[in-house]
Design a protein. Structure first.
Length: 175
């Protein structure tokens, strides 16, 4: 998708769930191709009832945002309550529950634009803290991405997964 087509961000809804799951499936295929199946596993999210319900829940809660170039969905953001495995914040916050962009849009600013939208939403709510969590494995590549976006490392944690522990990193952005 050419960068000459402007990126737009709009509010998402239940009609966008399949597109978000497709982005997640695409990311999982790519992660598996580079040997990082420890991040999201190997199975498609679009066939996982728990993941489908999670994304539908994000859409129903009103915190889903969709990035598009033309008619193509190139990214998604969900903001809302912190996920259950994350310690609660000690002050009001906006929590990034999901940030995903298309592999075809990698490096073209969709993720940064969606994070900028999260900051706009936080400012509009009078909140000066955004938190998110991400996979801390893979030599910390995802953690470094968020640091380049202005986030600071917080606590590390792990989530029990079948047969393994998923390493997580909490990150914060303040202004």
């Amino acid at each position: 998708m050419p960068d000459s087509i402007p990126l737009t961000i709009r509010s998402g809804g239940l009609d966008d769930v399949a597109a978000v799951l497709a982005l997640m499936d695409q990311a999982t295929e790519w992660l598996v191709s580079i040997g990082r199946d420890d991040q999201w596993g190997t199975e498609p999210h679009s066939t996982n009832p728990k993941r489908i319900a999670q994304i539908e829940g994000f859409a129903r809660a009103g915190g889903l945002w969709i990035a598009e170039r033309g008619a193509a969905v190139v990214g998604a953001l969900s903001v809302g309550e912190a996920l259950p495995y994350v310690p609660p914040a000690e002050e009001p916050e906006l929590y990034v529950q999901l940030l995903i962009s298309s592999r075809s849009a990698s490096g073209r600013g969709a993720g940064a634009a969606l994070l900028a939208r999260a900051r706009e939403l936080a400012v509009a709510q009078g909140v000066t803290l955004i938190r998110l969590d991400c996979f801390a494995g893979g030599e910390g590549a995802l953690v470094r991405y968020y640091e380049k976006q202005g986030f600071t490392r917080g606590d590390t944690f792990s989530v029990e997964q079948p047969g393994r522990e998923w390493p997580g990193q909490l990150l914060t952005l303040r202004w």
